[in-house]
Design a protein around this ligand. Structure first.
Ligand SMILES: [Cu+2]
Length: 135
């Protein structure tokens, strides 16, 4: 009886740990349209290689830019934001493209933007949450 209780507790703890990793995935599947990322929130494990699969259904070129930790581009993405880019890819309209990047080792929230003039203003932003994996 007591053994069962311990077993159940262990099981609960494991389930909790799984939840706390927040559904982090090494794969990001994102759709681009004029002017949005869908979905617009991703969770990845810190320091691991991430594959991004982009399906572009829009009519103008878009970018998938991950900013460095703690950076918010504000109303527009401009020259002064360029040194704060962590990862960058440009996708022509109607194209599907994949690329990989290494997730930051520092857990936290990172802003994703499209850097084409006027696109941040149109709402083309997303969020990347980097979580420490429980091993
Ligand atoms: Cu765009």
């Amino acid at each position: 009886m007591k053994k069962n209780a311990v077993f159940l507790l262990t099981l609960c703890a494991l389930a909790l740990a799984a939840c706390q990793s927040g559904g982090a995935s090494n794969k990001i599947n994102v759709e681009m349209t004029d002017f949005a990322f869908t979905p617009n929130h991703f969770t990845v494990p810190a320091g691991e290689e991430i594959t991004v699969n982009i399906a572009h259904h829009g009519t103008v070129v878009h970018e998938f830019i991950i900013m460095k930790a703690g950076i918010d581009v504000g109303q527009t993405f401009d020259e002064e934001d360029k040194p704060n880019v962590y990862s960058f890819i440009e996708v022509p309209p109607g194209h599907s493209q994949s690329f990989t990047f290494t997730a930051p080792t520092q857990p936290g929230n990172y802003q994703i933007v499209c850097g084409i003039a006027g696109h941040v203003e149109s709402g083309m932003t997303a969020n990347l949450t980097v979580v420490q994996q429980v091993s």
